[in-house]
Design a protein around this ligand. Sequence first.
Ligand SMILES: *Cc1c(COP(=O)(O)O)cnc(C)c1O
Length: 223
Amino acid sequence: MSITENLKKIKDSLPDNIILVAVSKTKPIEDILEAYHTGQRVFGENKIQEMTEKQEVLPKDIQWHMIGHVQRNKVKYMASYVSLIHGVDSLKLLKEIDKQAKKHRRIIPCLLQVFIATEETKFGLEQDELLELIHSDEFKSLQNIKIIGLMGMASFTTDTQKIQKEFQSLKDTFDYVKPYQLPNCHFEQLSIGMSGDYKIGIECGSTMVRIGSSIFGERNYLV
Ligand SMILES: *Cc1c(COP(=O)(O)O)cnc(C)c1O
């Protein structure tokens, strides 16, 4: 099936209010343009340099989401245009995003990444670290970032019950922090679900799914 057909099939299966992030990492410009011409405007990348190279040549009404782990020294390369950073997992990183956003006189929306998997290789805040972060005075003083929700990645497994349990734990955290509101903090988005588990994500309250291979095909990391 073509990218156009894949996208249509996925979009038809998603509830209306769910934001689809088309994950285009490793994929060429032509593939992104094909998706763009079907009306897709939100794309996700996991490397800042790759995202920036694509952003420079592609239509300017694309909304670029950074979904990968962010190195602080690279925030400056995306600060002028990035529309959402999913993987924020420390106050140090938030402070750098705030600083770079200020230079561009903008407010950068972010999601806090929470660790829900059992694999040590995944990134994210523990629940108590999340609460500590949003309650800190330093956090409250940041004016050029806005936390709009949470993001998580389930363990890499075919055990759907385990995935569901992990997503549900994040949904519980999300519901717990939701009433907590500040000028720079308003929890409304829950980014859970990828190609293999987005249906479970939606059952567990996802508002944003990040889908790559089911749209663009398997990734070839050798190129
Ligand atoms: C690559 C990636 C995705 C998309 O994965 P698929 O299985 O190809 O849909 C989603 N989220 C993150 C954080 C990723 O790095």
